[in-house]
Design a protein around this ligand. Structure first.
Ligand SMILES: *Cc1c(COP(=O)(O)O)cnc(C)c1O
Length: 353
């Protein structure tokens, strides 16, 4: 039995997937009960009167090129959030299995796991060691029930990189018992190479990527699950047909055209520079006691008076993310790196009484 067959929920392996209307662009479509006419202002290429391609092959091969993998190793979804949801549904048996997470971390891992009716095992990151993984504690928490591990690199909300050698040891240790998900939502802002290039070494590896952050497409909701073809085929059994809306797919293909990619690379470089300047400006503020090192497009700051910092930000017209009441982030706020002009205005506002 393959690893995927061994770990997948038996119901999903046995499922007869939804059979969607066939897809043959060469023929006229009188098989899907669509409207023959576009609405008058429909500016889309494909026509919004038509259902989109059931599985967006063109987009998926474009994403495969972007991430340096083969198309059969990619599943496009409505943001990487959908990937997280699909993974819990494919691998976690309600009432029996568990996902391991390392807080403080992205909230959707626990939410999706609980919606699935599975347990959440928490092994906190080491706040005393720049939010590194607590390797012995993670190893000790592994049990036959733990079928999924969600790791975020760089971390949200920490901004921290994880040691790739620890990830390698974890992937090797769980090679026959669990799927390790490395969420690389912010990889474009980081220095470390993506784990997407390591699929051949680790059959239990899943990498999540998204166009939401670095490619300025949060509103289009396009993310990618990257994994072994067998795992991708398993998720295809669950993902709804027509999941990717036509305007979203067209926007993604446009954003990934060469000229726009070049622009994205410049913007990413600009945000990385701005991150350093914003971090220095924040560290100089009396109300900020600590700025955590960040490999992402945001900064986690700690303050003795987080409510006052939030108030000053709001008075200057900015929303920040308040994590100060979180168990693992006392006194902390998360600040997205904006344009240089926004960052300056924010710093001025935070310095004002
Ligand atoms: C923003 C974010 C996501 C969600 O990305 P979408 O592709 O927009 O769903 C996933 N993981 C982390 C860690 C994030 O911060």
């Amino acid at each position: 039995m393959s690893l995927i067959e061994q770990l997948a929920r038996p119901e999903i392996l046995a499922l007869e997937p939804y059979s969607h209307a066939s897809w043959d662009p060469a023929l006229e479509r009188l098989h899907a009960n669509e409207n023959p006419w576009r609405y008058p202002d429909d500016r889309s290429e494909a026509g919004l009167n038509r259902y989109p391609e059931p599985h967006p092959h063109v987009l998926e091969s474009r994403l495969a090129t972007l991430y340096g993998v083969r198309p059969e190793q990619v599943l496009a979804g409505r943001g990487s959030d959908e990937g997280i949801d699909l993974l819990t549904r494919a691998f976690l048996r309600p009432g029996r299995d568990a996902a391991l997470i390392c807080p403080p971390t992205f909230g959707m891992y626990a939410v999706a796991t609980r919606i699935q009716g599975a347990a959440v095992v928490e092994v906190p990151l080491r706040a005393d060691a720049a939010f590194a993984l607590d390797e012995p504690a993670v190893f000790a928490a592994l049990s036959p029930a733990v079928r999924l591990l969600f790791l975020c690199m760089p971390g949200n909300p920490t901004g921290a990189a994880l040691d790739p050698r620890v990830l390698e040891r974890l992937l090797a240790r769980t090679a026959e018992s669990a799927i390790v998900v490395i969420d690389e939502a912010y990889a474009e802002f980081a220095s470390a190479p993506s784990f997407a290039s390591r699929l051949a070494e680790f059959p239990n590896l899943v990498v999540l990527r998204t166009l939401s952050k670095a490619y300025a497409l949060a509103g289009a909701r396009i993310g990618a699950v990257i994994a072994a073809p067998e795992l991708i085929a398993l998720l295809r059994r669950i993902v709804p047909p027509y999941a990717i809306a036509t305007p979203a797919a067209e926007a993604a293909l446009s954003a990934l055209a060469p000229a726009n990619l070049a622009e994205a690379a410049e913007r990413i470089a600009a945000l990385r520079r701005a991150r350093g300047m914003l971090a220095a400006g924040l560290a100089a503020l009396p109300l900020v006691s600590r700025v955590w090192p960040s490999e992402a497009n945001f900064l986690l700051v700690e303050s003795p008076e987080p409510a006052e910092l939030m108030r000053r930000a709001r008075a200057a017209g900015f929303l920040l993310r308040d994590f100060s009441r979180g168990r693992h982030t006392p006194g902390c706020l998360r600040i997205t790196v904006g344009s240089a002009e926004q960052n300056d205005r924010l710093l001025t506002g935070l310095a004002a009484r």
